[in-house]
Ligand binder design. Structure first.
Ligand code: GLC
Length: 424
């Protein structure tokens, strides 16, 4: 049988120091490749391979969470042993749980207890710990400190203020000759990332979280429509039309080349933006995202990635050992310093070396620990369909195909049908 992974990049790790008599195995781990992810995964896996005398194949997967899930579902549905360790999104435990082993039976309770309890809970499905927390994420606002200073502006606290400041600086910079300057870049392609951005706008306007924790479908409301109406004005205004096809890396590309005042992104963009060869190194500020007006509240959506062991793995014990190593405090510290990936271990937010490399891990601690979850727990196996309906409805509004009120009313109808009865 042809391997399901044909066509997917396999990056081999060096094999050294096999203990005499020990049976060396090859463990395959799937990793993301956004920003420095792949390199950091490879380095961490190599260290484990060298220390244990095993081999690791690091498998690079699509950047889009939506596409990555489709690939995983295809491999797992075939009960394939091609991947032993899966890097899974914080929204997937309910979708993929049945394919993974219960890590509570293998990892010491003490090691599990170091991690944020809410994430451990999130990764626990039917009393089984299906994944270990690896790094957490929350949506944050990046801004250019030099440009805000030049125009005498403060970081915006409301989306309305962001809109005005972005417009003023974009116009000013264009008038001075940088006709590529954009006010604001974010993720508006029709994929999981748009679900995150749009949920932030909507929740910050008091429009709720699509589906409540106890299963009521609340998306069709005036505050949600007001949030989307404002966002629609950004397209071709303070944001390029092309943002309708931007994921994380496209937004970072524009911001990091010096051509945007504001960017919504995850923490990983900090390390890259401040790298020595970055045109904007030392000119980046970070804050929580704005509120939806004075009565609103700042909302950063909870993201993040976990490591799970396939139940089809032929080397589950070794796979668990690799997960133990990669999710350890030392490894999370290295990833925080080198790549600004947020630890899932609370104690690391007090670590001076980490705080020196990424000061906003301390300043925005509450943003990370109070990030707002997407409705993945309550909608369980159907989350991906809920999210697809949501991001398509939002994309239609942003691209001018529909007004917000009609799009949200139609979305409510589709979610009602998906839930079979109007609530979960
Ligand atoms: C980030 C988040 C993840 C989210 C994805 C959307 O990788 O960590 O949770 O689903 O972005 O693009």
């Amino acid at each position: 049988m042809r391997s399901l992974l044909n066509g997917v990049a396999l990056l081999g790790a060096a094999l050294t120091m096999t203990a005499p008599g020990a049976h060396a195995a090859t463990i395959a781990i799937s990793c993301g490749a956004v920003g420095l992810e792949l390199q950091l995964c490879q380095d961490g896996a190599n260290a484990w391979a060298e220390a244990t005398g095993n081999q690791v194949n690091v498998i690079s997967t699509p950047n889009s969470a939506t596409e990555r899930l489709a690939l995983y579902q295809q491999i797992l549905a075939a009960n394939s042993a091609d991947i032993d360790v899966y890097q899974i999104d914080v929204i997937w435990p309910g979708i993929l749980a049945n394919h993974f082993i219960d890590l509570a039976e293998h990892v010491d309770q003490e090691a599990v207890d170091q991690h944020f309890e809410a994430i451990v809970q999130n990764n626990t499905v039917d009393d089984r710990l299906v994944a270990m927390p690896w790094f957490t994420d929350a949506g944050i606002l990046y801004y250019r400190t030099d440009l805000l200073d030049k125009y005498g502006k403060e970081p915006p606290t409301t989306w309305q203020e962001l809109t005005e400041t972005a417009r003023e600086i974009q116009e000013g910079e264009r008038a001075e000759g940088n006709d590529r300057m954009q006010g604001f870049v974010f993720q508006a392609k029709a994929y999981e990332g748009l679900t995150c951005d749009a949920l932030e706008w909507i929740d910050s306007f008091g429009g709720g979280q699509i589906v409540t924790d106890d299963g009521a479908i609340t998306i069709n409301n005036d505050n949600a429509a007001a949030a989307l109406d404002l966002a629609a004005t950004w397209i071709g205004g303070i944001a390029p039309e092309g943002v309708l096809n931007y994921a994380e890396e496209e937004s970072r590309g524009v911001f990091q080349s010096g051509n945007a005042v504001f960017m919504r992104n995850w923490p990983y963009a900090w390390a890259l933006g401040n790298a020595p060869d970055s045109p904007i190194t030392g000119k980046i500020g970070v804050s929580q995202l704005p509120k939806g007006g004075d009565d609103g509240k700042p909302t950063g959506v909870l993201g993040g990635w976990q490591l799970a062991v396939s139940k089809y793995s032929q080397n589950a014990e070794l796979a668990v050992d690799l997960v133990r190593h990669l999710t350890s405090a030392d490894e999370q510290k290295r990833r925080a310093i080198e790549g600004s990936y947020n630890p899932t271990i609370a104690a690391l937010y007090q670590d001076e070396e980490i705080l020196a490399a990424t000061p906003f891990f301390g300043a925005l601690y509450e943003t990370f620990t109070n990030a707002v979850a997407r409705p993945s727990r309550v909608t369980g196996e159907k989350y991906n369909q809920v999210s697809s309906e949501f991001f398509n409805a939002v994309h239609a509004v942003l691209s001018g195909k529909s007004d917000a009120a009609s799009s949200l009313a139609a979305l409510e109808g589709r979610l009602d049908r998906l839930s079979r009865g109007g609530r979960w």
